[in-house]
Design a protein. Structure first.
Length: 179
């Protein structure tokens, strides 16, 4: 005997449950990938600053002081002047000795910085302005994800003694910085 009307398919409820499960799993995967990307960008920032700090010591060995680049109207401009100094020995704000050898062929930039703009609206690397002399420097970047390096970086002031501009989540390397 044959049963009439027997369906060979999924019900609407079963399809909705499967779609919901796929949506939840997709969300979890996207969140983990974004978190991993943020951690990777932070690791690059930390590595970049160690390389720049080493370049600043090489600069000091040749010139006898650290750069005091004049900068410009935005922080991106400040970083551009600072980068040009390390790459070519120009815009350093100090008298360069004859035979100066550039200390970096390419100065790293924050991976989220839009290099087509010179604005303060996107992430960038920072160098100090106020309190700067030829005998000190500061490097500053905002980390996106919690990182154990924040427990051992230089905290405290950036532009003034009380601004907290190097407190977490800001990662700072300071050398003889007044704050």
């Amino acid at each position: 005997m044959e049963i009439l009307g027997k369906n060979k398919g999924f019900t609407l409820l079963e399809l909705l449950v499967v779609i919901a499960i796929i949506g939840v799993l997709s969300t979890i995967i996207v969140v983990s990938v974004n978190s991993a990307r943020a951690k990777a960008r932070d690791a690059k920032r930390i590595t970049d600053f160690k390389a720049i700090s080493t370049a600043l010591e090489l600069f000091y060995d040749q010139v006898g002081q650290y750069p005091i680049s004049s900068g410009g109207p935005t922080w991106d401009d400040h970083w551009t002047y600072f980068s040009n100094c390390l790459k070519s020995g120009t815009t350093c704000g100090v008298t360069m000795p004859p035979g100066y050898v550039p200390v970096m062929t390419s100065v790293p930039q924050d991976s989220l910085d839009d290099l087509a703009t010179q604005s303060d609206s996107d992430p960038t690397y920072y160098t100090g302005w106020e309190g700067r002399t030829g005998q000190n420097y500061i490097l500053r970047a905002r980390l996106e994800a919690g990182n154990s390096v924040l427990a051992s970086d230089a905290d405290g002031g950036w532009r003034t003694a009380v601004d907290g501009g190097c407190n977490d989540p800001w990662y700072c390397i300071k050398f003889n910085w007044p704050w």
